[in-house]
Design a protein around this ligand. Structure first.
Ligand SMILES: O=C(O)C(=O)C[C@]1(C(=O)O)C=C[C@@H](O)C=C1
Length: 122
């Protein structure tokens, strides 16, 4: 066989064949990349859903003059996520960094919403 089958599911990366690679190696690489692409798509969709929720939280907080950040909630989330990560054999430090990265963006959104609400109040 001179061409490798990327398997089911459309994925540009999965059909990125290179010359000089053994067909079976290329097929395995394509199969794994297909899964990676599916996982990346799921992550994007899950993050989009999370941001839809946090936008609602941002509006609620702005309406009730609550601060954008809630450090005690964040501490509980970090404890929980680190434990989940450990059980899933994911580096807990990485999980914590990822959560902090996402939350920083959420807080930025909350501040933008609060600024807008204050500007509307005059
Ligand atoms: O739960 C909240 O109060 C939120 O605003 C959401 C969220 C989060 O993204 O999970 C963001 C900011 C807070 O500091 C804590 C948590």
């Amino acid at each position: 066989m001179t061409t490798s089958d990327p398997g089911p599911g459309p994925s540009p990366a999965a059909s990125d064949d290179r010359p000089g690679i053994d067909d079976s190696v290329q097929a395995e690489l394509n199969r794994l990349r297909g899964s990676i692409d599916n996982i990346d798509a799921a992550v994007v969709h899950m993050l989009a859903e999370r941001f839809k929720c946090t936008q609602q939280v941002g509006i609620l907080k702005a309406e009730h003059q609550l601060p954008p950040a809630d450090p005690s909630r964040e501490a509980r989330q970090i404890t929980r996520l680190r434990e989940l990560a450990e059980n899933a054999r994911l580096d807990p430090a990485f999980a914590e960094k990822l959560l902090n990265f996402i939350i920083a963006e959420v807080i930025r959104h909350h501040e933008t919403i609060a600024d807008g609400a204050r500007a509307e109040e005059g």
